[in-house]
Design a protein around this ligand. Structure first.
Ligand code: ADP
Ligand code: MG
Length: 844
């Protein structure tokens, strides 16, 4: 039965309320609280029962048929909400706003929060990553992208030029989980986010116009930021009903504050996830992350994605790392202290959002306990010397929160003795009552002479006196027992004294629970006032945590402090690729990367598998490590500050539409040469291989010339077009390099050593041998290669003697085919198929 087909007039009152509410939350699954359950009805029920494999039941609702219903217990609601959010749905939680006992008519209910992938705050969130919700506001001539992590209260904005590819690249590379866009944003873009990247999207033009969050944009003049922030706030505060009191001040990300790289570069260099498995393992982040806190781990990721361009700040970071390495004992103490620090940022978020429980406050307390130690260490290394240690907050929590509290807040056991006189008195009354009960039992046994008389308690009758059937006859009227319940083998009684005490115990119990709850809430509210300070402390802790992690990897893997130079020189001695070095079984062969100020391009040749791509990535990663303040994998290093990195390495998928690899390749190349400055770094790996040989080669050459003559930035360019190596004669800032391999009896050994000059052999067939292609195929390929090489020579001669080209002897079919084969790109299967085909042709 669908909701749209229902005659609403016939619905029972509660169901009518549900339906009206559901109208307001059409694209959201509505969890409707009924007693101990959240129920879903109609289409939501059918959908959810299907998605979560729950039983679909029905409910009488005034119609002839029962309406579809499905429910989840309120205690376990988080698990179900989580699952739905992961599947891309949004969930609205509708609570009972009054105790059903007190309700006149139907119980008052209303939606208290809406949860979606960008606003979820559950424990299952990855603590090592920010969970961003973003707003895109299209101002026609530019976009403003604002994004916030509501678990921590961070909020950022940046202005992006009106370029769809860049917008998409930015959103994807930030890993934004949910988007709000204004209606001017092109639907096609919205659809790409929704369908290709599975990012839930809400289109709305609503702007938050109450100024209670003015401080967020304080001192910001540019109206566009304010509009964008208020666009996001409207959704969070009004739609999602979030309390955002922990929102920090807006941080504007300016275009030139950080080293720029697009999503392809981040992926190609495997900064935060590996290309093949798309996960953290084997990424730079994975290698460098020895942080002790979740905050540190998140900060490291942000740093890696946003390397610095300010030499002074970079050097400041090196200074701290050096200091930590020198003061290794202090550094160990720092690590121990950090290890005890919980996720202060998210704890503050939970406090602000009103879902911190007593255990969270205990975590806060344990974290605060470490602050004096941390401050002492920071002072010794001259880093953020004036952090606050919040002794008063620590003392408050230390004196108030019970050591071993339950998860819930309505079960008591939250508040320590000595914190509230009123509470302690109530507790005394309660324990007095309980003492009375145990004494009462002993006394009654004596008075009645019934040895197995017991005093028990249940929810229906309260306290009772239980006497076994065999002893019932010993009860006499003067004892004042009133029979309450008869069971198979015993009778249960009460008496006035017992009931009087029971009343005392039960009311004090209830009072205790209520009082503890309200004391807790007022403590939590006090903590709320400290949130800005806690956020400030979190920032310092996360930074020092990343820096100690840098110190750790520097020591463990022998990294050195680079020198940042101003004369546009790269000088890396015995440089290594930090991840490959750690992962491979063999010894890593270190290489120098040296480009003085007069060298712009290194043209790198060498057989497949020699190590060309690794060498190029190695430089890219080293530059990023250097510019985030981390020591680098080399024996010695000097680098300039780069403003942008462009890469074209391997096949990267296209962000917008399914364009061919070659098209994407050319787009990336064109993006690079259009935007690179003389301070950029370009890494082009076998550019042009996606098209026919001569096309590709010509393009590669033209691009090299352009970079050389017009841009002059540092560029590594690997190629399998050996013809290009002649360019060093005409391009004076270009140098040839090759990655050496040695061949003995047709067997190839990769030395991975980068040397001056070029090689003119590609060893494709040797590599194929290593790959285990059958000998028959290899032998045949050798023969074919010889024919091919002869042919090339012959043609060279012809061309050189400037004979008209059509003098060339006519090619046979087989020769023609052979010419078109790019041996380097054949898969073994292709090679076999082609051989069969060729043999077939000769046969005819
Ligand atoms: P190419 O791009 O020249 O085909 P790659 O850079 O992909 O070669 O490297 C091929 C393999 O050689 C990689 O899997 C890597 O493990 C190994 N390798 C590359 N460079 C080195 C090195 N300097 N030392 C040790 N092994 C290396
Ligand atoms: Mg390669």
């Amino acid at each position: 039965m669908k909701l749209s087909e229902v005659d609403r007039n016939k619905l029972a009152p509660m169901m009518k309320h549900y339906v009206e509410l559901k109208d307001k939350y059409q694209d959201v699954i509505l969890f409707y609280r009924l007693g101990d359950f959240y129920e879903m009805f109609f289409d939501d029920a059918i959908l959810v029962s299907h998605e979560l494999e729950l039983t679909l039941t029905g409910r009488q609702a005034g119609l002839e048929e029962r309406v579809p219903m499905c429910g989840v217990p309120h205690k376990a609601v988080d698990i179900y909400v989580d699952k739905l959010i992961k599947k891309g749905y949004k969930v609205a939680i509708c609570e009972q706003m009054e105790d059903p006992k007190d309700a006149k008519g139907i119980v008052e209910r209303s939606v208290t929060e809406v949860i979606s992938s960008g606003t979820i705050i559950s424990d299952t969130l990855n603590e090592k990553e920010n969970n961003y919700i973003g707003s895109i506001y299209n101002f026609e001539y530019c976009y403003v992208l604002s994004y916030s992590d509501i678990t921590t209260g961070e909020i950022y904005s940046k202005i992006l030029e009106n370029d769809d590819n860049k917008l998409i690249s930015e959103v994807v590379s930030l890993g934004i989980k949910e988007l709000i866009v204004n209606s001017r944003v092109d639907v096609n873009i919205a659809n790409i986010f929704k369908n290709q990247y599975k990012i839930p999207i809400t289109i709305t033009d609503n702007i938050y116009d109450i100024n209670d969050y003015e401080y967020v944009v304080e001192n910001i003049k540019d109206e566009r930021y304010k509009i964008s922030i208020n666009h996001l706030l409207y959704y969070l505060i009004v739609n999602q009903k979030r309390n955002m009191t922990h929102l920090q001040k807006l941080k504007i990300i300016k275009n030139n504050d950080y080293l720029k790289m697009d999503i392809h570069t981040k992926r190609n260099l495997e900064l935060t996830e590996s290309l093949r498995l798309k996960e953290r393992t084997y990424s730079l982040l994975w290698l460098l992350d020895n942080t002790k806190t979740a905050m540190g781990s998140r900060k490291l990721k942000t740093w890696i994605e946003n390397p610095l361009v300010d030499k002074t700040i970079i050097n400041n970071r090196y200074d701290v790392v050096s200091k930590l390495l020198e003061e290794f004992l202090l550094c160990e103490d720092l690590r121990k202290a950090l290890y005890e620090v919980y996720d202060l940022e998210r704890l503050s978020g939970r406090v602000a959002l009103g879902n911190a429980n007593a255990r969270d406050l205990l975590q806060l307390k344990s974290s605060l306990k470490e602050l004096p130690t941390i401050k002492y260490i920071l002072n010794s290394i001259n880093f953020y010397e004036d952090i606050e240690v919040l002794t008063d907050l620590y003392n408050l929590l230390e004196t108030s929160i019970y050591e071993n509290p339950p998860v819930g807040l309505k079960e008591g056991y939250l508040i320590k003795e000595g914190y509230s006189k009123e509470l302690d008195e109530l507790k005394e009354l309660r324990s007095g009552g309980k003492n009375f009960i145990s004494n009462f039992e002993i006394e009654e046994r004596e008075r009645t002479g019934i040895k197995n008389l017991k005093v028990g308690f249940n929810k229906v009758f309260g306290y009772y006196i239980e006497v076994s059937k065999g002893s019932v006859n010993q009860i006499t009227e003067d004892m004042g027992y009133i029979r309450k319940q008869t069971l198979a083998n015993c009778e249960r009684y009460i008496n006035p004294l017992l009931k009087e005490k029971e009343d005392l115990i039960l009311t004090s119990e209830e009072k205790i629970i209520n009082l503890e709850y309200s004391l807790f809430i007022s403590i939590r509210d006090k903590v709320k006032e400290y949130i800005p300070k806690l956020q400030e402390i979190s920032k310092v802790i996360s930074e020092i945590d990343v820096l100690q992690s840098f110190a750790l990897v520097a020591e463990k893997y022998n990294y050195v402090r680079p020198n940042i130079n101003d004369n546009n020189e790269i000088r890396l001695i015995d440089s290594r690729h930090p991840v490959v070095e750690k992962v491979i079984k063999d010894e890593y062969v270190s290489n120098d990367i040296i480009m003085d100020k007069n060298t712009s391009i290194l043209l790198i040749t060498g057989p497949n598998m020699a190590g060309k791509s690794t060498y190029m990535r190695q430089l890219g990663i080293t530059v990023i490590m250097a510019q985030i303040g981390c020591f680098i994998p080399a024996k010695e290093g000097s680098l300039p500050v780069f403003d942008k990195i462009f890469t074209r390495i391997g096949a990267s998928d296209d962000l917008v539409s399914g364009e061919s690899t070659f098209m994407v390749e050319m787009k990336e190349a064109s993006n690079a040469i259009a935007n690179a400055t003389k301070n950029s770094l370009i890494l082009f790996d076998e550019l042009g291989r996606g098209t026919a040989t001569f096309d590709g080669m010509s393009l590669a050459e033209a691009i090299l010339e352009y970079i050389h003559n017009k841009i002059g930035c540092k560029t590594l360019f690997s190629t399998h077009y050996h013809e290009l190596t002649d360019l060093d004669r005409t391009l004076k800032h270009l140098k040839n390099k090759h990655v050496a391999a040695s061949e003995e009896d047709g067997k190839i050994t990769f030395l991975h050593k980068v040397k001056d000059g070029s090689v003119d052999k590609s060893y494709g067939i040797n590599v194929a041998t290593l790959a285990g292609l059958p000998k028959e195929v290899i032998d045949r390929a050798e023969d074919i290669l010889k024919v091919y090489e002869n042919k090339e020579k012959k043609r060279d001669v012809i061309v050189q003697t400037t004979l008209p080209l059509d003098f060339e002897p006519k090619e046979s079919e087989v020769e023609k085919e052979l010419k078109n084969i790019n041996v380097l790109e054949l898969t073994p299967m292709d090679a076999i198929n082609i051989l069969y085909k060729l043999k077939d042709k000769i046969g005819k």
